[in-house]
Design a protein. Structure first.
Length: 122
């Protein structure tokens, strides 16, 4: 009777070891997945953003408090317009140094983007 008991214990021990080995093999397989992202660059802005407009020279971002950013590659410029919430920004197709800004309570306005530092209301 003790030999049957010992054989049963050995079978149980062997099956437990096999299950553990199988568990380690299944869980230790290295799973490789390719992650895809739209961009590796991350920008942080100090304002709530309200609009995004793209043109040939980068893109424009308008904020809730009238602040506008122009991003061209790694270069990022900030402009304060004094307007309320910016709804849309478009570069004038006939004059590349002028942009149209649509804002709350001020309507559609034409601004001169004369140099990379200044933005003037026309």
């Amino acid at each position: 009777m003790t030999t049957r008991y010992n054989i049963g214990i050995k079978k149980h021990f062997l099956s437990s070891c096999l299950c553990l080995i199988l568990l380690f093999i299944i869980t230790s397989c290295k799973e490789t997945t390719t992650s895809r992202s739209l961009s590796e660059r991350e920008f942080h802005y100090d304002d709530r953003l309200s609009t995004l407009a793209i043109d040939k020279k980068g893109y424009w971002i308008g904020g809730e408090t009238g602040v506008i950013w122009h991003v061209d590659g790694q270069d990022r410029k900030r402009f304060y317009t004094g307007l309320d919430r910016i709804y849309d920004i478009e570069r004038d197709p006939n004059q590349s140094d002028q942009i149209w800004i649509a804002s709350r309570n001020a309507g559609l306005q034409l601004w001169n983007y004369c140099c990379p530092v200044n933005l003037f209301h026309i």
